[in-house]
Design a protein around this ligand. Sequence first.
Ligand code: DC
Length: 226
Amino acid sequence: MKKNFIVAIDGYAGSGKSTIAKEVAKRLNFFYLDTGAMYRAITYKIIKERINYQNEEELKRLLKNIKINFKEEKGKIRVYLDSEDVTEKIREPEVEKLVSPISAIKIVREKLVKLQRNIARQKNIIAEGRDITSVVFPKADVKIFVDCQLKERAKRRFKEAKEKGYKIKFREVLKNLIIRDKIDQGRKYSPLRKTADSIYLDTTNLTIEEEVDLVKSLIEYLKGKR
Ligand code: DC
């Protein structure tokens, strides 16, 4: 049997990695795996069930039976937690604030890495997150690290939040990103980092179309060589 093709993308919040991964996956007919959505889904469940996530026993119980699924509906990927559609809820500011500290917890990461590897079995996938190139799929066929200057990332996130109707100030978005970067890079387990074998892509001065084209061409080229 032919081995599946795995593209692993890591990068900062707001760097463009999700937009790139989603769009390239669509164009190449790959499965798009948004691992951030999985950390967000767990965070949403913790908030909803008022779990004290610092209590390991309570957290273990919550993680034991959690089910996270992605389903394509009308050309869009929807995120299901157990049987609830949480696609929009996991993007709300409450989740946004708590997701970084929760994703720094070892047992949360262990659970999700296992689920992510299971999802990737026998599928051509593009997975994006913070530890995809370093931990989840270190032997991926293509590994990319996406970077972008902080101010530009804040501008993109602020625009997205405004479009969704969230009342949030630019300053707050910027502050959240700085805090998020610090936690994601500084945590003990699977910190965000560029692995030596990842291709570095800075999107600060690129349009969405340009970055999508670049990554798509790169994957096609490397896939052709395999
Ligand atoms: O990509 P995102 O903004 O949806 O990610 C939300 C949070 O989840 C982010 O603060 C870091 C965490 N995350 C992670 O630790 N590991 C991943 N593979 C993906 C996301």
